[in-house]
Design a protein around this ligand. Structure first.
Ligand SMILES: [Zn+2]
Ligand SMILES: [Zn+2]
Length: 268
């Protein structure tokens, strides 16, 4: 199993997961031409995609999904709530996902689960194949126990670490936005992400990509410091941590080598 982060954050999210010949784009929130450029840069013809998976309908996750689906005849897998919000002219391209019901797309089993976020039926995803286990879970206000369960025994967890509470409170966001970000249906703080990883105990993921970092209320340094401090306290300092980048491809992970390497930075 391989996973790439092509972009992560409120300016657009785009990941790719591949296993045993099955290729899925997860989120499609960058401008359409940039999505095509990313795929082209890594030698992936859009028509070779087996599906586009969306966690929810916010623009930073769904922006170019309908165009990619229509132009290359690629189905979109998402909750009914998300599908209903998309400008999908060809309804047959929409494949509904039900919470807790695992589906197989090619060689990858996808388990969608509910997360608390201010959108209709938002989801997180757990992926399993013959060669690895991973999850992409961003955009959630807090981490319910049933979500922590989806993080157990993973090779790679891509988890939101959106904000540092001090930077958020003392930053330039208007009051209502601060309330929204920190609310139960907003985004995860660095400490909350760390506690969710720690709650897996000795079944914690081997590697974690801290993702969807706020550009205003967080930094890779803040996120890594906070999360590693908490994990150390729980005796989990062996969990490998790194951070995704905004608007740029920066990480590729391969389950066979359990190795995440920095990609040649893809210039905008
Ligand atoms: Zn988002
Ligand atoms: Zn969102």
């Amino acid at each position: 199993m391989q996973l790439w982060s092509f972009a992560s954050g409120s300016d657009g999210n785009l990941y790719l997961i591949e296993s045993e010949g099955t290729r899925l784009v997860v989120e499609c929130g960058r401008p359409y031409q940039q999505v095509l450029d990313f795929l082209d840069c890594y030698g992936i013809p859009p028509e070779s995609l087996d599906g586009i998976l969306l966690t929810h309908a916010h623009g930073d996750h769904s922006r170019s999904a309908a165009s990619l689906a229509h132009n290359f005849n690629v189905p979109i897998y998402a909750s009914w709530g998300t599908l209903g919000a998309l400008p999908l002219k060809e309804r047959a391209l929409g494949r509904p996902l039900l919470t807790g019901k695992t589906i197989s797309i090619g060689e990858i089993d996808v388990k969608p689960f509910a997360v608390p976020h201010d959108c209709r039926e938002p989801l997180g995803f757990r992926f399993e194949s013959g060669s690895g286990r991973a999850s992409i879970t961003t955009d959630l206000g807090w981490v319910p126990t049933q979500v922590v369960r989806q993080f157990r025994d993973l090779d790679l967890l891509v988890l939101e670490a959106n904000y540092d509470p001090y930077l958020l409170q003392n930053g330039t966001y208007p009051y209502f936005l601060k309330q929204r970000v920190a609310g139960t249906h907003g985004h995860l703080s660095n400490a909350a992400a760390a506690e969710a990883i720690a709650a897996c105990g000795d079944r914690a993921p081997k590697s974690v990509w801290l993702a969807h970092l706020s550009e205003h209320n967080n930094s890779p340094k803040h996120a890594l410091q906070t999360v590693s401090r908490v994990l150390r306290r729980y005796g989990l300092s062996h969990v490998k941590l790194t951070t995704t980048r905004h608007r740029r491809a920066n990480l590729q992970w391969n389950s066979t080598s359990a190795f995440a390497r920095q990609l040649r930075l893809f210039e905008e």
